[in-house]
Design a protein around this ligand. Sequence first.
Ligand SMILES: *[C@@H]1O[C@H](CO)[C@@H](O)[C@H](O)[C@H]1NC(C)=O
Ligand SMILES: *[C@@H]1O[C@H](CO)[C@@H](O)[C@H](O)[C@H]1NC(C)=O
Length: 438
Amino acid sequence: MNMLFLYVLLVATCATVVTENVRWEAFQGYFTNAMHASEIEINNVLKSPNFYKNLPPILSVPKRSERTLKDGEIPQYAIDYAPLVHLYSEERYMPYDIAKFVKNFHATYPNGTKVKDTPDELQITDLPKLPRSPDIYLTSNSDFDKDPKWITGAHNVPSLIDGKIDKAPASLIVVDKGNGWVDAFWFYFYSFNLGPFVMGSGPYGNHVGDWEHSLVRFYKGEPIIVWMSAHGGGGAYFYRNLEKYKLDRRHPIIFSARGTHANYVSVGQHPHDLPYEILCDFTDRGPLWNPTKNYLAYTYDGKHIYPQTNRSGSSTDGRELSYGNWLSFEGHWGDKQLSSKDPRQRFSFIAGHKYIDGPSGPLSKNLIRLNPCERHKWWNFWNGCNVRRNIKWGLGIESEGYNCGNIFNWVRPRWLKEMFQKITWGGGMCFAVDLIFG
Ligand SMILES: *[C@@H]1O[C@H](CO)[C@@H](O)[C@H](O)[C@H]1NC(C)=O
Ligand SMILES: *[C@@H]1O[C@H](CO)[C@@H](O)[C@H](O)[C@H]1NC(C)=O
């Protein structure tokens, strides 16, 4: 009986690999009876937003009457369900305070010329005064390649007591999507992105300034979907199935990868962008960062940013006002890609340059997205934004799960389930099964 079941699965997965474009929702629904009907519905809706008349259309901003929140009003649920972040245990580049960060920079054009009438050491409140253009770079005043403190953020380690990083606030941006839907974007800033090693050489893709983020999407105050950034793409999951913080089970747990700070929902090795695990991120259960202990909060309506108005009794009250309208800065939060003549620069045909451009800020991350994914990787265009039901486990010896082994979750007793998972899907079959059951 079990062999027959496996055989059917095998045929099905092969068929899927051959015809990736075929839509398998019906098939999926049949096998994953653990999935809520509402989840299937939401997932299908996200793949064909035109059919979902209750959501505002793509890239439009809901009218005031369609919103539930006032400008500057941060709902308590955005805080209560915020993801907590496991940093990598041996992370060398910790979160950093943007206000302290910018003091190490002056503003330049792409040709390296300093922007006229701007200070040699920028203040965070200078950012809105810079030209409104993506062609402005924060260019560092000292050599970032020597790992100064403002680059490593050494000491910005989460407190063992409550996960607070005293000196590095996260940034929360709440966007009301209308009709009861609210997106809470948590932005994590690190001063430096250390790229991956590729076949023994590297790192490649380093940059000064590193903005990562997660999104918790609420419907009428209930968390439904969590999305997290990783290398210009990212992963979307139903909130319900993510790991939760043991001391307050409302908070989902995510993991920030070593050096790149890309976010994942599990520990281990995470191949990305290139085939055959050429490029991998690594996550583990390092220090747990609780961004709700220290954050700046704003609402955004697609045009304007409003600092939180209804915060009280906290030591950080009013800090948004002292930081000013920094979110309006449209340029790069770090140096321009080093020229090939610079002795610090390297180039590889597979992995590109060692040092690339600093990233643009939070408002460039498609915050008015309808689909929970920021954008799609070119190879993922047929799939849209797949909201996963199951945790995508990392690979390697630190892994805590079996991706496609999840299809055996119904098997009891537990030891039998684990045996099935080990024997059948611990190996390469995972990729195929993942396409169907992910
Ligand atoms: C701000 O307003 C929201 C929505 O009314 C409420 O949930 C939250 O508790 C308020 N926060 C504070 C600090 O008053
Ligand atoms: C660099 O670019 C800026 C803006 O385009 C321009 O005003 C400036 O003259 C340029 N400087 C040089 C040295 O070419």
